[in-house]
Design a protein around this ligand. Structure first.
Ligand code: NAD
Ligand code: UDP
Length: 343
């Protein structure tokens, strides 16, 4: 027997978020590629909370284990370190295919790899969907519209993309991914969904990914100059990540096989946006104008009538509320980093 005086080190059992109970009949096995990234990790949360089994696959290029840490060890969750450029086999009912760097500095870092991920990676996931008869959703992007000449952008617009510019590895990568999706649907009867995602922000965005929301919030928190590229009259429309995750799930579970825009049509100039963030942070930052970026789309706003009509979805979170939550997240991240640096 064990002596009473002997001490054991026990690992405290983990407390997980409470998940919905589902019978085998309604519980699905779902693969999320890019599952530890910004959008992917929010999607993983929602699917698990809804009682499904989730496999998050990621090569950790821009994803972080930390984003899904709260599920590690849960019996409905599996984390797989894998690169979609190599084939992968698993029995699943649904595939959310999000694996791809998404912010300009990340996708321009290794343009050849960005193209491979979006082309070969998408072929691999479509091949998997075909073999196991899974429904596959592609996370496409508003970038397939390029620097648009039609405003706002409906799904019927073909776009205005520079095929040899610095953004083309991503834009054309996603265009070929869409093309692959429709080819597999037609030729191989794969059940497809295509989400054209517009600018998205929220907690778990990368601190250093160079996107406007993260840059401006961090600059404002640190009272450093807020850097506007060009004259700041270019526009964007920003959606909160929670709304997007709901939209992706609604689209997957619909029967719409043609592309659907997911975004928030509330449009702001980048200058406006700099002031909004500065005010919400309560910052003393100056506004600084830098050189404009090559091929920077001058206006972008989704036409989301199709999503409203066909998948009964529209964004719910007001931009200001979303920004407040994101500011809170970045304040904590900056605080944690500074603490780490002091140790
Ligand atoms: P993110 O960089 O946080 O997530 C992408 C994830 O994919 C990361 O976890 C990364 O490590 C992983 N990944 C990249 N290459 C991979 C590979 N070869 N194999 C396996 N994993 C790989 O970006 P995000 O903002 O979460 O974007 C997710 C998806 O949504 C992307 O496909 C992106 O193109 C699309 N999208 C995002 C936005 C946005 O504003 N965030 C807008 C339009 C489209
Ligand atoms: N931008 C800016 N300052 C920054 C980062 C971005 O003015 O520090 C601008 C950028 O030129 C673009 C817009 O903000 O017009 C959105 O850029 P982002 O990289 O976030 O996303 P994009 O929509 O271009 O993919």
């Amino acid at each position: 027997g064990v002596e009473e005086s002997q001490s054991f080190q026990t690992i405290p059992s983990r407390v997980y978020p409470e998940v919905r109970f589902r019978s085998e009949r309604t519980r699905k096995r779902i693969l999320v590629t890019g599952g530890t990234g910004f959008v992917g990790s929010h999607l993983v949360d929602k699917l698990l909370l809804d009682g499904h089994e989730v496999i998050a696959l990621d090569n950790f290029f821009t994803g972080r284990r930390r984003n899904v840490e709260h599920w590690i060890g849960h019996s409905n969750f599996e984390l797989v370190h894998h690169d979609v450029v190599n084939s992968y086999f698993v029995e699943v009912d649904q595939i959310y295919h999000l694996a791809s760097p998404a912010s300009p500095p990340h996708y321009m870092y290794n343009p050849v790899k960005t193209i491979k991920t979006n082309s070969i990676g998408t072929i691999n996931m479509l091949g998997l969907a075909k073999r196991v008869k899974a429904t596959i959703l592609l996370a496409s992007t508003s970038e397939i519209y390029g620097d648009p000449e039609v405003h706002p952008q409906p799904e019927s617009y073909w776009g205005h993309v520079n095929p040899i510019g610095p953004r083309s590895c991503y834009d054309e990568g996603k265009r070929v991914a869409e093309s692959l999706m429709v080819a597999y649907a037609k030729q191989e009867q794969v059940d497809i969904r295509i989400a054209r995602i517009f600018n998205t922000f929220g907690p778990r965005m990368h601190m250093n990914d160079g996107r406007v929301v993260s840059n401006f919030i961090i600059q404002a928190i640190q009272d450093k100059p807020i850097t506007i590229y060009g004259n700041g009259t270019q526009t964007r429309s920003f959606q909160f990540v929670d709304d997007l995750a709901d939209g992706l799930i609604a689209l997957m579970n619909s029967n719409v096989t043609s592309p659907v825009n997911l975004g928030n049509p509330e449009e702001h100039t980048i200058s406006d946006f700099a002031h909004i963030i500065k005010d919400l942070v309560g910052s003393k930052s100056e506004i600084e104008h830098m050189d404009g970026q090559i091929d920077d789309p001058q206006q972008r706003k989704p036409d989301i009538r199709k999503a409203a009509e066909m998948i009964d979805w529209q964004p719910k979170v007001k931009m200001h509320d979303g920004i407040r939550k994101t500011i809170e997240y970045f304040r904590k991240e900056i605080h944690d980093e500074e603490k780490k640096r002091r140790i």
